[in-house]
Design a protein around this ligand. Structure first.
Ligand code: ATP
Length: 595
């Protein structure tokens, strides 16, 4: 299951760092608390590979939970390098997918959750419809539905006990709205994303045997990015690990908590590490960034930390660029002037080592436009991307396209991976080895005939959708929103769509296209690293936004810190002339003091 030689090689690196080694050698509950680039994920993945090989015997396995699909993708890539493949005895996924696939779907009926036999996961449109109905029923003036959705989500995520006074009295109107909304969903035979961990918690709380069943399957629970995972997961951890007996290995950094608006609670990580039955390990060395970047990042955070660069010889550089004009003009300067200078300074780097990070997707439009005008290939992770890169079905489609564009010859990716990932995706529809064989056959039949990077994407997708995706997805309740995402994308590449000319090679990012400049929101860059990072749009009023309260201000600062600490060799802070963010001003002052 894991590649012993590979994880032992990593272990040899961890041995040189007493903290990493202590975590790797830990026997009981262990929490690693450390700053950016300190090797939390490296330690976690090596530890997981080791546990699968040495501590946890087949058929038992390890469940690994992380924040979102993007983080899952990063983890899976890193685990794959250690020979650990998700599926079977290894679960890797978000708290929502853990709740749905490991608890709610298999046990809803026996755990008495009161869900109909064939419930579905609501699409965006169905959620909106249910919310509109609930708002019309319970509120005199429903107002903006998007605002309501946001407030309702926060309320559901933050107050978990529905029988409590807190639930009824903190905001009685909102509590009533939530209940009406959930009722409207249930009448349609649906649950939504926030329901998943809530139902899972309820099932675990009311059924001791279910906790034991999970323990039997997964004696170890591994959690990455704990600071952003919220109250529901924390409750699950308390029950599963400290009462039922699962062993916990968690990593996180409260300074990188950037999802307060979705219910993240960094204090829960502090509480966890404060427990007497948990071994807490702290790491100080930053293996990613040059020393100047590490020192400046402490200024960016605005709090004293004792972090330092692991390699004192690597200095790193911080640049500040006040640029005039619109974001479009500024983006053109970045792409046409600054980027070539970077690549000239670092001949070993190419586009794939550089990221442009920005506070909001619409600012990314300017950068994407400039890159396109300069014929620079990009890969974009934000809400205005052609499709959400976090979508599981789109990730699988990318893999399939890579196989068709040469992977069938090079083994990158191997066909077995397409089948394995497909099985995870359509898990509700593939029940047996014979079923898996049918899936394998259907997939190879479609893909083998379409191994051509120049084929129009809509042609390729039409066949795949008709012969593989639709027959299997129709049986999967967990995939309904993913299918909606796929349909939106399919419409854009269809003959009447705005990307009708797109060919398969563009989806796969194959060949030369694999060397692409990363464009991402600061949020989506979490957990990643690049040789050079441009932080674009670092203007006052954008980061932080105008008029925000103390908590949001602190979170904006942490977001700036997260972006800053993605860089190994260079950070470029790009802002509109005379409109710099106060965070940029602080760095500028620090650089001036250093001189
Ligand atoms: N002991 C080590 N020896 C050499 N390189 C290391 C060591 N530990 C970590 N690294 C390298 O440091 C970089 C950062 O590691 P990793 O991504 O695991 O850090 P992290 O703590 O998860 O970062 P972040 O919280 O910023 O996402 C990676 O390139 C990793 O390979």
């Amino acid at each position: 299951m894991s590649d012993r030689a590979a994880y032992l090689r990593v272990a040899a690196q961890l041995r040189g760092n007493p903290g990493q080694w202590a975590a790797y050698e830990s026997r009981g509950h262990c929490v690693v608390l450390a700053g950016p680039g300190s090797g939390k994920t490296k330690t976690l993945t090596a530890k997981m590979a080791r546990m699968l090989a040495e501590d946890v015997h087949e058929p038992r396995g390890v469940a690994c939970i992380t924040y979102n699909n993007e983080c899952e993708r990063e983890l899976e890539d890193r685990l794959a390098a250690l020979g650990v493949e998700p599926g079977g005895r290894v679960f890797v996924g978000t708290v929502h997918s853990f709740s749905l696939t490991q608890i709610v779907l298999p046990y809803a009926k026996v755990a008495g959750l009161g869900l109909p036999e064939r419930f579905g996961v609501a699409t965006r449109a169905e959620k909106q419809e249910s919310l509109a109905e609930a708002a019309a029923r319970t509120l005199d003036e429903p107002g903006n539905l998007q605002d309501l959705d946001f407030r309702l989500g926060n309320y559901r995520r933050s107050i978990l006990n529905r029988d409590s006074v807190e639930w009824r009295e903190t905001d009685p109107e909102l509590a009533e709205l939530v209940e009406a909304y959930e009722e409207a969903l249930r009448q349609r035979g649906l649950i939504d994303f926030d329901d998943m961990p809530l139902f899972a918690l309820r099932a675990l709380r009311d059924n001791q045997w279910l906790q034991r069943a999970l323990l039997a399957k997964y004696p170890v629970l591994v959690i990455d990015e704990y600071q952003d995972l919220g109250a529901a997961l924390h409750r699950m951890v308390l029950g599963l690990c400290f009462r039922a007996g699962m062993r916990l290995f968690a990593v996180g950094d409260v300074d990188q908590s950037i999802y307060g608006f979705t219910g993240a609670r960094p204090d829960l990580l502090r509480r966890l590490s404060g427990r007497e039955d948990v071994e807490t390990v702290r790491l100080r060395l930053n293996y990613r960034s040059g020393n100047r970047i590490v020192v400046a990042s402490r200024v960016a955070l605005g709090e004293e930390r004792d972090y330092e660069a692991a390699d004192a010889a690597a200095q790193g550089t911080v640049f500040i660029h006040p640029l005039g004009g619109s974001y479009e003009r500024q983006a053109a300067r970045v792409v046409e002037e600054l980027l070539p200078q970077v690549l000239a300074r670092h001949p070993r780097l190419s586009y794939r080592d550089v990221a442009v990070l920005y506070p909001a997707a619409w600012i990314g439009d300017a950068v994407a436009g400039a890159a396109e005008a300069a014929s620079i290939p990009i890969v974009r992770s934000d809400g205005n991307a052609l499709y959400p890169r976090s979508s599981r079905i789109m990730q699988w489609l990318e893999l399939c396209s890579q196989w068709c564009c040469g992977g069938w010859r090079t083994g990158k990716p191997r066909f077995t991976r397409l089948v394995r990932e497909g099985r995870r995706l359509f898990i509700e529809a593939i029940h047996s080895d014979a079923g898996l064989l049918d899936f394998h056959r259907a997939l190879i039949t479609v893909l083998w005939e379409r191994r051509d990077a120049n084929i129009l994407l809509h042609r390729w997708m039409e066949e795949l959708r008709a012969n593989v995706i639709e027959p299997y997805a129709s049986e999967c309740v967990a995939l309904r929103d993913e299918i909606e995402t796929l349909a939106t994308f399919a419409a854009r590449v269809a003959p009447a769509g705005d990307h009708a000319e797109m060919v398969l090679g563009e989806l796969s990012g194959s060949g030369e296209q694999l060397d692409r400049l990363t464009l991402s929101t600061l949020h989506s860059a979490k957990g990643r690293e690049f040789g050079v990072v441009f932080m674009f749009g670092m203007d006052s009023g954008r980061l932080p936004r105008n008029g925000v309260g103390q908590q949001q201000l602190a979170e904006a600062r942490r977001l700036f810190y997260v972006g800053f600490t993605r860089a190994k060799a260079e950070v470029h802070l790009v802002h509109t002339a005379r409109r710099s963010s106060p965070f940029v001003d602080e760095i500028e002052q620090h650089l001036a003091d250093e001189r």
